[in-house]
Write a protein that binds this ligand. Structure first.
Ligand code: KIV
Length: 272
């Protein structure tokens, strides 16, 4: 082990709780493979989420529903191999936890055993609370996910902002309390009004990580392909695009193709 590795302070669930207590923001980003996970970790991101958004950005599906537990485990294994410091959280895919708490626990155990990740994330509140309790009881850290939960997209029928009415806002408040009581170490809230997020964050000691949930969160998460501009078709108001990798990669590949066709690649110094 190098001295840099031995002095590296790994991010744990405890680190995140302390960050919230100190008012220090948590930066979270998705990753799905070894090479990007390595860069994201080296850049200092605190939490790497192996999101089931892999179903969209890696596999090209329209929703997150088709991705399987085996596929999430494959992505989780690849990411874990690239990470030294960040906390790695793997999403439990649709169908791997909704039916009952025994199936949920078995799926969570497979993820932890086979990927080497540090935590799992699942979507929902009251409906899945028994599963959260049994996973936490097994010693597995659980991150919750409320608001726009993409695995329920066909029930919502739209990707519009959630909890804009009192009934749904009250349900999220209640679900958050239940998730904290069940032992979740953090909760993602997706696409809900900023002032609701503020109330949520102030009502719990666990960190609230937002995506499209405004500035009053304890941290933010984005999908890597969206913020790097790899996926340019998805442009919601909440997204800040830091690069236009799609354009840069396309230009580089066009240049390579042209170099091959004109015979300028490889040249003498690139040959043996
Ligand atoms: O799958 C995912 O990428 C997520 C984030 C949007 C939070 O759950």
């Amino acid at each position: 082990m190098s001295s840099a590795q031995s002095t590296l302070k790994k991010v744990t669930t405890n680190t995140l709780l302390k960050m919230k207590a100190r008012n220090e923001k948590i930066a979270m980003l998705t990753a799905y493979d070894f090479s990007f996970a390595k860069m994201i970790d080296a850049a200092g991101i605190d939490v790497i989420l192996v999101g089931d958004s892999a179903s969209n950005v890696m596999a090209g599906h329209e929703t997150t529903l088709p991705i399987t537990l085996d596929q999430m485990i494959y992505h989780g294994q690849s990411v874990v191999r690239g990470v030294n410091r960040a906390l790695v959280v793997v999403d439990m895919p649709f169908g791997s936890y909704q039916s009952n708490s025994s199936i949920a626990l078995a799926s969570a155990i497979r993820i932890m055993k086979e990927t080497g990740a540090h935590a799992i994330k699942l979507e929902g509140g009251e409906e899945i609370i028994e599963s959260v309790e049994s996973i936490v009881k097994a010693g597995i850290p659980v991150m919750g996910h409320l608001g726009l939960t993409p695995q329920s997209i066909y029930q919502f029928g739209t990707y519009a902002t959630r909890a804009t009415n009192k009934t749904e806002a009250d349900k999220i408040q209640n679900d958050l309390q239940l998730l904290q009581k069940a032992g979740c170490f953090a909760v993602v809230v997706e696409k809900i009004p900023a002032l609701l997020t503020k109330q949520l964050s102030e009502s719990v000691y666990i960190p609230i990580i937002g995506i499209g949930a405004g500035p009053y969160c304890d941290g933010q998460v984005l999908v890597m392909h969206d913020m790097l501009g790899i996926n340019t078709e998805f442009k919601p108001r909440f997204l800040r695009q830091y690069l236009n990798l799609n354009e840069q990669i396309t230009t580089a590949i066009q240049q390579y193709s042209s170099d091959v066709k004109t015979g300028s690649f490889p040249n003498q110094s690139e040959s043996y």
